[in-house]
Design a protein around this ligand. Structure first.
Ligand code: PMP
Length: 322
């Protein structure tokens, strides 16, 4: 769908997949004025195809648009864009266990203009790709690397928006995480360097001995839809849930004293991933062979059961696409 200043959104079309033609002076190539989303479509047992909380992704795209001075797309147009793409070929959505169709909506500034101001011509696109089970051999706990040198987003920056620049700044620390044998990098806040933020592409949750779930509160992290959903499922089971500032020392001391009994990461791609160990320059927390937490795995199971239609959708999270 194309947007132009004064005209709004127009010319929606479903086109064969292929290269985009962009002017070399397109604003997105120079000033990174772009945003995106990531969500999945799931095939349920009766063959119907559903997506999980697409309205929440649509609202997050609107919030990202405001921060990046891009036009907002209505939630209806957002959900309709997913439906139109997926229904071109429903066979695209795989049916093997734990597989899905990963959907990537994105919006870029297409205007050719080298001045620094919001573009007056914008394109919104949706592409998709079948996705295998994230953990082919069963869910296994991962280690994560604490970046003390780099932060992902600064105070007042674009951290809460889903925009490429945040990911560009995470690539180097993420590469360091791999070098240390870790699956993801953990970022701390950019002001004091001691409050937990999030991982390269997932949110983080600590589980206390008394059953309380704690997740970092910050205005520079991505508000994950998986996190919100997992916390809701935990509340439904009677767990206390706290969204508050958490220091790295609280994590270290909590694991050492036995007050923190499970830690997990969550996001659309891997759903819920147990974290066995945190590695940092000079110290580690937990141990590499720590087993997956019981609550972690049972919340993961409940969420995927809802997504694949194996459990009733009591919160009205599922939207049928085809
Ligand atoms: N934080 C970051 C930086 C991410 O890229 C993602 C994945 N979109 C998340 C958190 C988790 O968000 P969600 O649960 O909506 O996928």
């Amino acid at each position: 769908i194309v947007w132009t200043e004064g005209e709004g959104w127009h010319d929606a079309a479903v086109l064969p997949y292929g290269p985009l033609v962009l002017d070399p002076a397109a604003a997105v190539l120079h000033y990174a004025q772009e945003i995106f989303e990531g969500l999945k479509a799931y095939r349920q047992a009766d063959g119907s195809i559903w997506s999980f909380r697409p309205d929440a992704n649509g609202r997050r795209l609107q919030r990202s648009a405001r921060r990046l001075a891009l036009p907002e797309l209505s939630i209806d147009d957002f959900v309709e864009s997913l439906r139109q793409l997926v229904s071109t070929d429903a066979a695209w959505v795989p049916s093997a266990p734990e597989t899905s169709l990963y959907i990537r909506p994105f919006m870029i500034a297409t205007e050719s203009f080298l001045g620094v101001r919001p573009a007056q011509e914008v394109g919104y696109y949706v592409i998709a790709s079948p996705a295998g089970a994230y953990f082919a051999n069963g869910v296994s706990p991962v280690s994560i690397w604490l970046s003390t040198e780099y932060s992902r987003a600064g105070k007042g920056g674009t951290g809460a928006a889903k925009t490429g620049g945040n990911y560009a700044s995470s690539l180097l620390p993420q590469a360091e995480a791999y070098e240390h044998g870790c699956a993801q990098v953990l970022f701390l806040d950019s002001v004091e360097g001691r409050y937990l933020e999030e991982l390269g592409g997932m949110n983080v949750v600590l589980v206390y001995k008394d059953g309380t779930l704690v997740t970092p509160e910050s205005d520079s992290i991505l508000e994950g839809i998986t996190r919100d959903s997992i916390l809701q499922l935990a509340r439904d089971r009677g767990h206390a849930v706290q969204e508050r500032r958490v220091t790295i020392d609280e994590w270290r001391e909590g694991v050492a004293s036995g007050d923190i009994v499970e830690v997990f990461a969550c996001g659309t791609a891997a759903v819920v991933t147990p974290i066995a160990m945190l590695k940092a320059e000079g110290f580690t927390v937990g141990s590499e062979d720590a087993p997956a937490g019981e609550l972690t795995m049972s919340l993961r199971q409940e969420l995927t059961d809802i997504q694949y239609g194996r459990l009733p959708d009591r919160h009205g999270w599922m939207t049928r696409l085809v």
